[in-house]
Ligand binder design. Structure first.
Ligand code: UT7
Length: 336
């Protein structure tokens, strides 16, 4: 039976960040860096690191999901699907989606893992949206959760990457919207694999005779690599492009937007988007100062904080946007 298309809407947002605060001064003790360099180049003042034995990628997602479910007025047993975005899964396999399902005390519903790094949450949101639009699901949990700190190199060699990333989780509960004018109006997803190795953690690799070797550990090739300036250049082009794609598709202009919630990659990238789109500062959300770059968790953490700060109101037009490893980039336009 063909079901009539409908929109999905975000019925609840939530986030969880670990308690341990790591200030720039703490990193100064581990590597040749400075608070002044980190603040000037990235805008980051501090970030959160997980507590081993307490926080896991899946249980941080569960903490965020419980808040989102409560705000949506739903219980875990009401969910029809889980879509889990992460680049730092609990295990090589199985995916973190099934672990989150177990954490929430539910079973049987399908669980996806999405591996699209900084754009992962918007990719996941788009997937959940399609299942609701098609009528196959009613309540979909979409999460982004990351533990970066256990995979960073805390010495001079790793400084350009390690100072940027942080840990945390964010979640959204999608339900059907009662109107085609409200909810997720559109999503746009892109990828360009030609740049896959410009921001990547290559090892351990299934392509090798032995996935993990002592040499890899010694030469540091298990750590993430980022060609910062190349990533930066592509980011400042793709962010405005994918936001404008969303606006054009929906016949609205930047002036119609109430809020942009971008992936928190670098405060300078966010400021660039704001200037390029000629937006007042209050219309673009930043919390990278407190959490650093939490990759797939950054958009839902930021969106959830914006909601808590009263910056997401009924009828508001909100654009989510992200760019990152892959390269991948994406946007979602939402009428709240
Ligand atoms: O979330 C996914 C998407 N990611 C992004 O969008 C990140 C995009 N890239 C960036 O945000 C920036 O490229 C970084 C923040 C990573 C780096 O900033 P940059 O302004 O591009 O600096 P740079 O890499 O060109 O390095 C400038 C200098 C270098 O020294 P020399 O060669 O000029 O002597 C680096 O060695 O800064 C040095 N440096 C550092 N100094 C102190 C690099 N890392 C550090 C550090 N502390 N942590």
């Amino acid at each position: 039976m063909t079901k009539q298309l409908r929109n999905s809407r975000i019925a609840g947002l939530g986030h969880y960040v670990p308690e341990k605060v790591i200030k720039n001064a703490d990193l100064e003790k581990l590597m040749d860096t400075s608070d002044a360099w980190i603040v000037e180049r990235t805008g980051i003042h501090e970030r959160r690191y997980f507590e081993p034995g307490k926080d896991t990628t899946a249980n941080m997602a569960a903490n965020a999901a419980r808040v989102a479910l409560e705000r949506a007025g739903l219980e875990a047993k009401d969910l029809d699907m889980i879509v889990f975005a992460t680049l730092s899964p609990d295990y090589f396999f199985p995916g973190s989606g099934v672990l989150l399902q177990r954490e929430l005390g539910i079973s049987d519903i399908p669980c996806f893992d999405i591996r699209n790094q900084c754009s992962g949450f918007i990719y996941a949101l788009s997937l959940g949206d399609q299942y609701i639009k098609s009528g196959m699901c009613n309540n979909v949990l979409v999460v982004g959760s990351e533990i970066q700190s256990s995979g960073l190199e805390f010495n001079d060699r790793g400084r350009s990457v390690s100072v940027i990333f942080g840990d945390g989780a964010g979640a959204a509960v999608l339900t059907p919207s009662d109107s085609l004018e409200k909810g997720i109006l559109s999503t746009h997803l892109h990828a360009q694999g030609e740049f896959a190795e410009e921001l990547a953690a290559i090892n351990p690799s299934s392509n090798l005779e032995q996935r993990l070797t002592h040499e890899m550990i010694d030469d540091g090739s298990t750590y993430p690599y980022m060609n910062g300036s190349t990533v930066f250049k592509h980011a400042v082009t793709r962010f405005p492009e994918v936001i404008m794609e969303a606006l054009n598709q929906n016949n609205v202009t930047p002036e119609d937007l109430d809020l942009i919630v971008p992936h928190q990659a670098n405060l300078r990238i966010t400021q660039f988007i704001q200037q390029k789109m000629k937006l007042p500062e209050g219309k673009i959300f930043s919390n990278i100062q407190k959490y650093g770059n939490t990759t797939a968790a950054s958009v839902p953490i930021a969106f959830s904080e914006a909601f808590e700060e009263g910056r997401v109101k009924e009828g508001d037009l909100i654009c989510l946007a992200a760019f990152g490893s892959g390269f991948t980039w994406a946007s979602a336009l939402i009428r709240w």
